[in-house]
Ligand binder design. Structure first.
Ligand code: HEM
Length: 181
């Protein structure tokens, strides 16, 4: 997993808890990398899971909520860093449809080592959209946060439901988005 993801996780934690507390958490946590992350590095995803667990234990927040918050944080960073992917998209559903065959395809061209999930999407009706997440990594709550922020970005009010269908080390989640009346 790309270093930028780790750098941003640490930044998000620092903005909420302060640098000293985050340093302390990283020092107390058994990490393979000593907690010194660089944007040009690549680190195992389990390292990210360990850090989120350590923060969750410290601040007594469920890890799922932290992953979701982190998804929201990363979405804002992507909007800032890669505005080109958001241009020409008519709404949030249009944007979500473009991740699998456009956005993540370009990301893989830029960084061949990335670890990406796969998505399928379906328009169930004019107001209802389905997106299925599939990955070797358990980042579906992170994904939920990204989807929430994507909808907010396009000022689209939706009811978002996630059903976790993960089994046997494969992480699958079904998202249903219903436009608010
Ligand atoms: C709402 C839109 C998006 C969704 C739902 C989404 C979803 C995800 C998820 C869930 C992951 C974690 C990897 C996994 O679960 O296996 C991921 C990774 C990533 N995505 Fe997206 N993404 C979106 C938009 C973008 C955009 C706009 C960019 C900008 C270029 C981007 C670039 C990346 C990168 C660089 C990674 C990290 C891969 C790695 O570290 O190996 N994504 N994305």
């Amino acid at each position: 997993m790309k270093g930028i993801v780790f750098v941003e996780l640490v930044r998000m934690a620092e903005s909420a808890l302060g640098e000293d507390v985050v340093d302390e958490i990283l020092d107390e946590t058994e990490l393979e990398t000593d907690g010194a992350f660089s944007v040009v590095g690549n680190y195992p995803c389990r390292e990210l899971l360990t850090i989120v667990e350590a923060i969750g234990a410290r601040v007594k927040v469920p890890v799922e909520d932290l992953h979701e918050q982190f998804g929201q944080w990363m979405f804002a960073r992507f909007v800032e860093s890669y505005p080109v992917f958001f241009e020409g998209k008519t709404d949030g559903f249009d944007m979500l449809e473009s991740i699998e065959n456009e956005v993540h395809v370009e990301v893989r061209k830029l960084y061949p080592e990335v670890e990406l999930p796969s998505f399928t999407t379906e328009r169930l009706s004019a107001d209802q959209f389905k997106m299925v997440y599939d990955s070797e990594r358990p980042l579906h709550h992170f994904c939920k946060g990204m989807i929430q922020s994507c909808m907010e970005h396009f000022q689209q009010e939706v009811d978002l439901q996630m059903v976790d269908r993960s089994q046997d080390g494969r992480f699958t989640a079904e998202f249903t988005l219903q436009k608010a009346a």
